[in-house]
Design a protein around this ligand. Structure first.
Ligand code: ZN
Length: 218
């Protein structure tokens, strides 16, 4: 069973993986996606989790796997119909991850109006760092995160630029789903997404407090 690892040594089994799409205006624009009043929501299976320091295996069924660097929340206390003003009390920690996306499969799915399950849910498509316990991250609402590939900055995220801030995401999800301890929430990617190549070395950073490394196999 997939686990979440905190920097203080504690662990939590993963429950569900919720993902938010179109939460940064500049990223929606780079993919020609319209902005909606509510963000897009999809899920990944727990078999998609790939922990830091493991190699990313590019799947044979895609020739265009994109990185999407995202702030990831882990739920500590579950709930249904969670109010925005207490929403962050339900979060146990903050990490950074990659919502890997087979962009070619996703394009076909978009065209057909089919779900994104195959494009977003394959093995290794949910890359994950360890987690900072929630009190360790000074100000989640304005925190920054980044992705460097082969030493070059490719994505920079600033949570203050989210179209739907963290409390609203938790409130929204808990309207439809009973959130549980161990649920992960990928909160959407800023602009700068692009394809991965064999041999790429990735370095993810959260607020200068947490780093995670991945290498693309091959
Ligand atoms: Zn994403």
């Amino acid at each position: 069973m997939a686990q979440i690892y905190f920097t203080d040594g504690s662990e939590l089994p993963v429950s569900n993986i919720y993902c938010i799409g179109r939460n940064y205006a500049a990223h929606a624009a780079e993919l020609n996606n319209p902005l909606e009043p509510e963000p897009l929501v999809f899920i990944k299976p727990t078999s998609a989790i790939l922990q830091e320091c493991q190699d990313i295996q590019l799947p044979a069924f895609s020739s265009d796997v994109h990185f999407e660097c995202e702030l990831v929340l882990v739920v500590g206390r579950g709930g249904k119909h969670i109010a925005e003003d207490t929403a962050l009390d339900h979060i146990a920690g903050y990490g950074v991850g990659l919502d890997l996306t087979a962009r070619d499969l996703q394009a076909v799915a978009k065209q057909k109006g089919s779900p994104w399950t195959l494009a977003k849910g394959f093995d290794g498509a949910a890359c994950l760092s360890r987690f900072l316990p929630r009190d360790t991250l000074a100000n989640p609402a304005t925190c920054r995160f980044s992705l460097d590939i082969n030493g070059q900055r490719r994505q920079s995220g600033d949570c203050s630029q989210m179209l739907h801030p963290l409390p609203r995401l938790i409130t929204l999800l808990s309207r439809y789903f009973s959130l549980q301890a161990g649920d992960l929430i990928y909160t959407g990617t800023p602009e700068g997404v692009g394809p991965l190549h064999a041999g790429d070395r990735l370095l993810l950073d959260l607020a200068g407090q947490l780093k995670a490394e991945f290498k693309v196999a091959g």
